[in-house]
Structures are given as structure tokens and as C-alpha cells.
Write a protein that binds this ligand. Structure first.
Ligand code: BES
Ligand code: MN
Ligand code: ZN
Length: 498
């Protein structure tokens, strides 16, 4: 893990500063302006060099200029000049610079900011950008550059020690989410996922409970069993509970944990199937979130639940038209075994609400499920914006305010009543697919059937944003992104406080 510190006077030979665009009439860039956290340099000479390099100050533009004040100067684009850059602009600019500094020992980040929120954002961005995944490389391992070894933030807000500690905890756990997503299904099964989290949970006072496939069958978890029965790697239910004495409230996080989604007997096309190793992103996010919350010692009870299964093709696999019984007794006609996420989540929505309401000492604030649930989410919102669906608008507003503070893009989506009828089944209580148009909302409506109306509930569909198949940008690498983790932690912080 990359080291981080704060200083009022830069000490490294590599200095990262910002570069802003100055726009004239009609939004034409007329000039660029170097901006920093008060780092002294010869601006006129630098502006001349930047012009020769064709620098524009656009976001994600990173240029390296050697020999400025006997240092290596790294300029990272901030976009249009502002007197107060948004925290997300700073996070992304720091992240893009950090990515470009792989292989380097130490760099000082001198980016413009006016308060400790800006300082925190720069620290987070720099750490989040310092990531690499080379665990499965053999002979080519040495061709890979290690992430930046040490980061120094040039700031006058460095006395607030908790800021760097929080940034480190968020980055460490985001890296954990990314590692789990990037780990191939040959090496990440429901069982190995549980063992990995169990060993990490030992550092904190967390209760870890792993329910085996035979126990799940006995207890009536027909969703997890039905989805997992086609695989040689048996399913599991992982439950982690963090119960600090001081907690007056509680909340449950549920993450979809399909370690690989072939589509089952509704087999997906080979093209692009490899991305389905990311179908456990929700499970990784909720497990890493509870580890972060425990390390931050937040005074709130959190239960993290990860139903884990591998959706495979075999003579044991669930057939289209099979009927399964979800925990609690509702029956589902499985018309499409590729709509498997909602089946494993249904079991756990019922169970997590039961456990949440059973704690009479604490107010149960609600359920949040996180899932790479539908291709329709990607069609509707693209690859960078996640969807939020809910039965409680106040809960959703609170979550969206948290997302605003973390820079993660979430957008509210409706659960239109008229679409519910399309899930009616001629043989069971509900079918697992309905109307194709608005498929993300239909999936949300399916899940809503397993939540009591009086239980506040959020459904986060992160299908697109969880896994970056294109180019790296800002602090986001290619592969697992770690999305949702930081907003879940922010939600726990806000709920614990109020
Ligand atoms: N895991 C997929 C959804 C997905 C698609 C995630 C693309 C990330 C990127 C999910 O299990 C699935 O297969 N959903 C189906 C549902 C359909 C059969 C109703 C889909 O979206 O096509
Ligand atoms: Mn599927
Ligand atoms: Zn899936």
C-alpha cells in the first residue's frame, strides 16, 4: 500500500500541480494557467513550455516537465479555471497524476484547495489512483511498474490527522474490492471469497457467519440454492456483523455475489462473457464497506450480507420453468436462469430484514442492496452512472447526498407500478423476468416484492460502473473500480451522526 503524508513545504523531487483552462468568448481556450497549493515556480517560463507542449488543461491530461526548479514537474488537468475546484475535480486530477507516476518512489501533490474537504479529496484521489493488479502475472510481472510508493500532500490542513487515516482506509478497501473483482473465477469461488473476507475480518471485532449449501437448503434459501446448484463450486451465504456497544441505529448492506455468470441454461454469448467475473462486485463492495466501517469505529450497527454462487451450465442447473421457493416462502417461476441476481438477493432481503428488525435495542434504518443486476442499467445510464431505486424517497435522498460528497455518480430511477403485472406468473407467486423494456426497473420491482413496505430499502444497480472495460480515467483503473464502497461508508457515517 502506498504511504501518505501531509506537509506545508514540499520535500520530494517530483511535484504535481494543476493546470486550468482559461476560456475566452464562446468557450474557446485562450490560455492555460498553472495552479497549485502555493508552490513557487517561474510561471512565465512554465507557461511558454506548456504552450510548446500543446497543453490544454483538459481533465485527464497529464504532462511531465523535467528540470523545473531542479524537479520533475507533473501538470494534471483541472478543466475550466475556478476559484474553488469541486472535490471530485481534485480527486480525479490527483488520481490521473498518481496513475501516471507508477514506478516512482515519491511525489508531492500541490493542488489548489481551500479547505480540509479539498485536502481529503486530493489524498483520496492520489491513493485511489495508486493501484495495480499483477497477482496473476508470471514472466511479465517485472514489465509492470509498481504504484507510486509514497505520496505527500502539500497543504496547510495537515494537522487534521483523521483525514489521511480515513483516506487510507477508503483506498485500502477500494483496492480490496478491485482485487476481488479482478481475481478470475478459477481463483475466486463462493468458498474462497468467504475465506478471504473471514481472514480480513479477524483484525476487527466482527462476527462472521458462513452458511454452507447443505444448511442453506435446510433453512429454505431456495434462491441461492437454485442459482448455485449447477456449479461444482457450492454456494455460500456470508454474513458479517459489526455491533459496537455505542450503536443506537442499525443498517443492512446486501451485495450480489455471483462469482461467475455464464447465464446458466440461458447461456450468454462468448463475446464479452469474461466480464462476468465482475458479477460479485456488489458482494465485494458491502464486505469491504463493513471492514472500513469497523476500522473507522463508526457508532452504528452494520450487517453485511453476501449471497455467493456461481451461475453455471450443467445437468443440475435450474431449468427455465423450474419453480423455487425463496426464504420466507414466496415461490418464483424461473423463466430465465440468467436473471439470477434477483433470486439470490430475494432470499437475503427477507433474511436481513428479519435480523434487522429483531434487534430491539437499535432503530433499524433499512436495507441497501448493491448489485451488477441488469444490462438494462448500462443501456439507460451508461458505464459511469449507477442507478438508485427505492420504496422510501427520504432514504434515497439521503443516499444521493452521500454520493454527492464522495463523487460517485448515482441517479434515481422509478419503480413504475404498471410494469409489476409483467412479473405475474401463471404457476408461481411471481416470475423472475417480465417486460423487457425498462428491464432495470422490472428487476427493481421484482426485488421490491421481497421487502415489506414499512422497511426502508435502496436498490443500487451498478452493472455498468462496477467494471471498467475501456480506458483508465481519473482515479479509476481498468477492471474492477470499487464503486459504491465509499458512498456506503459515507451513508454509515451520516446515519451514525444523526
Ligand atoms: N449479471 C448480469 C447483468 C449484467 C450485464 C451486469 C452486463 C454487468 C454487465 C445479470 O445477471 C443478467 O444476466 N441480467 C439479464 C437479465 C435478463 C435475463 C432479464 C440481462 O440484463 O440481460
Ligand atoms: Mn445473469
Ligand atoms: Zn448476473
Amino acid at each position: 500500500m502506498t504511504k501518505i503524508s501531509a506537509s506545508e513545504s514540499p520535500t520530494s523531487d517530483v511535484i504535481v500541480i494543476g493546470l486550468a483552462k482559461i476560456e475566452g468568448k464562446g468557450g474557446v481556450t485562450t490560455a492555460v494557467r498553472p495552479v497549485s497549493s502555493n508552490f513557487k515556480l517561474d510561471e512565465n517560463l512554465l507557461i511558454k513550455t506548456l504552450a510548446e507542449l500543446g497543453a490544454t488543461g483538459a481533465k485527464n491530461e497529464v504532462l511531465k516537465i523535467p528540470g523545473v526548479n531542479q524537479k520533475l514537474l507533473v501538470v494534471t488537468g483541472l478543466g475550466v479555471h475556478s476559484d474553488n475546484y469541486s472535490h471530485e475535480t481534485l480527486r480525479a486530477a490527483a488520481g490521473a497524476a498518481a496513475r501516471s507516476l507508477a514506478g516512482i518512489k515519491k511525489a508531492t501533490f500541490s493542488l489548489p484547495h481551500k479547505d480540509s474537504i479539498g485536502f481529503a479529496a486530493i489524498a483520496e484521489g492520489a491513493l485511489l489512483g495508486s493501484y495495480s493488479f499483477d497477482k496473476f502475472r508470471g514472466k511479465t510481472k517485472n514489465d509492470q511498474k509498481a504504484p507510486l510508493t509514497a505520496i505527500e500532500i502539500h497543504t496547510r490542513f495537515g494537522r487534521e490527522k483523521s483525514i489521511l487515516r480515513r483516506a487510507e482506509i477508503l483506498a485500502k478497501n477500494t483496492h480490496l474490492v478491485r482485487d476481488l473483482i479482478n481475481t478470475p473465477p478459477s481463483h475466486l469461488t463462493p468458498i474462497s471469497f468467504c475465506e478471504e473476507i473471514r481472514s480480513l475480518a479477524k483484525q476487527f471485532s466482527l462476527k462472521v457467519e458462513i452458511t454452507s449449501d447443505s444448511q442453506l437448503r435446510k433453512l429454505g434459501y431456495g434462491g441461492i440454492i437454485g442459482v448455485g446448484q449447477g456449479s461444482a463450486n457450492p454456494p455460500r451465504l456470508l454474513h458479517i456483523s459489526y455491533q459496537p456497544k455505542s450503536a443506537k441505529k442499525s443498517m443492512a448492506f446486501i451485495g450480489k455475489g455471483i462469482t461467475f455468470d455464464t447465464g446458466g441454461l440461458a447461456l450468454k454469448p462468448a463475446q464479452g462473457m469474461e466480464a462476468m467475473k465482475s458479477d460479485m462486485s456488489g458482494a465485494a463492495a458491502v464486505c469491504a464497506a463493513i471492514l472500513a466501517i469497523a476500522e473507522l469505529k463508526l457508532p452504528i450497527r452494520i450487517d453485511a450480507w453476501a449471497p455467493l454462487a456461481e451461475n453455471m451450465v450443467s445437468d443440475n442447473a435450474t431449468r427455465p420453468s423450474d419453480v423455487i421457493k425463496i426464504y420466507g416462502g414466496k415461490t418464483v417461476e424461473v423463466l430465465n436462469p440468467d436473471a439470477e441476481g434477483r433470486l439470490i438477493l430475494a432470499d437475503v432481503l427477507v433474511r436481513a430484514a428479519e435480523v434487522g428488525h429483531a434487534d430491539k435495542k437499535r432503530k433499524f434504518e433499512g436495507l441497501v442492496d448493491v448489485a451488477t443486476l441488469t444490462g438494462a442499467q448500462v443501456v439507460a445510464l451508461g458505464t459511469r452512472t449507477s442507478a438508485v431505486m427505492t420504496n422510501d424517497d427520504a432514504f434515497s435522498k439521503k443516499f444521493l447526498a452521500c454520493a454527492d460528497s464522495t463523487g460517485e455518480l448515482f441517479w434515481p430511477m422509478p419503480l413504475p407500478e404498471d410494469l409489476r403485472a409483467s412479473l405475474d406468473s401463471p404457476v408461481a407467486d411471481i416470475a423472475n423476468i417480465g417486460e423487457r423494456m425498462g428491464g432495470m426497473l422490472v428487476a427493481g420491482l421484482f426485488l421490491r416484492d421481497f421487502v415489506a413496505p414499512e422497511t426502508p430499502w435502496l436498490h443500487l444497480d451498478i452493472a455498468g460502473p462496477a467494471y471498467n472495460e475501456k480506458h483508465p480515467h481519473g482515479y479509476t483503473p481498468v477492471g474492477g473500480t470499487g464503486v459504491a464502497l465509499r458512498t456506503l461508508v459515507a451513508l454509515a457515517e451520516l446515519t451514525a451522526r444523526r
